[in-house]
Design a protein around this ligand. Structure first.
Ligand SMILES: [Zn+2]
Ligand SMILES: [Zn+2]
Length: 230
């Protein structure tokens, strides 16, 4: 089933200008440009309900393959085809795989930090800011890993370089956005970057998309993860 609006399943539309909208679930009013063609607006907080479960799942995970980990998260109830939950999931899968690959990291506190920072990256930044949230999530991952702050030297550089490399790959494929494709691209870029810069080798396996049937804007043969394109 192709679904976009989490209330009625109808496609989403983006207005030219922001409008005051009321969340159909919690009735909070805020400005946004996105609603479904039937007029439903769902705020980011309601859209990411259940996201707290990521931490528990990741703490029990033993895999060092971040794609496998994020696919497990994608299969969970809280995860929609598209949505800002991916902004937490990419970094959480990477932190978990990094730890399981022998990386030095206190995973539980790192995951809480990832959730708190990733939740601040709103939906739609890919098109509106020119910075896909899945790409930003890989930069947050690197920042947490290295303890970067705005005052750091080398760590500051690495975190920004991580985001830029992920965004380059995401941008080169072109839109429309797909939160699955962009999450995989950010993760695969991070696996290479961490091996190169930090010497920790996470697992990397072939990725085949399992979600194209649910994506109204699937780019099909242009997608690196379409079956047969690997
Ligand atoms: Zn709707
Ligand atoms: Zn709401």
């Amino acid at each position: 089933m192709k679904e976009e609006c989490i209330i009625c399943g109808a496609p989403l539309m983006y207005l030219d200008q922001e409008e005051l909208m009321e969340c159909a679930l919690c009735h909070k009013k805020e400005s946004s440009r996105a609603k479904c063609v039937n007029g439903h607006y769902v705020c980011d907080e309601c859209h990411t309900q259940g996201i707290d479960r990521i931490i528990g799942v990741c703490l029990h995970e033993t895999s060092a393959d971040p794609i496998r980990i994020i696919q497990k998260l994608m299969d969970m109830e809280f995860c929609h085809m598209h949505g800002p939950e991916h902004h937490v999931m990419v970094g959480a899968a990477l932190l978990t795989a990094y730890k399981n690959a022998g990386g030095n990291l206190e995973l539980e506190s790192a995951l809480y930090e990832m959730q708190s920072r990733g939740k601040h990256v709103p939906g739609g930044t890919c098109g509106m800011w020119g910075a896909c949230g899945a790409g930003i999530s890989s930069g947050i991952f690197l920042s947490i890993l290295t303890g970067a702050t705005p005052l750091s030297g080398e760590e500051w550089g690495l975190a920004n370089e991580m985001t830029s490399r992920a965004l380059l790959r995401i941008g080169q494929v072109g839109g429309p956005r797909c939160c699955k494709r962009d999450s995989y691209l950010a993760i695969l870029t991070a696996v290479e970057f961490v091996k190169e810069k930090l010497g920790v080798e996470m697992e990397k396996n072939k990725v085949v998309c399992r979600h194209s049937g649910q994506n109204n804007q699937c780019i099909g043969r242009r997608c690196p993860f379409q079956a047969g394109n690997q």
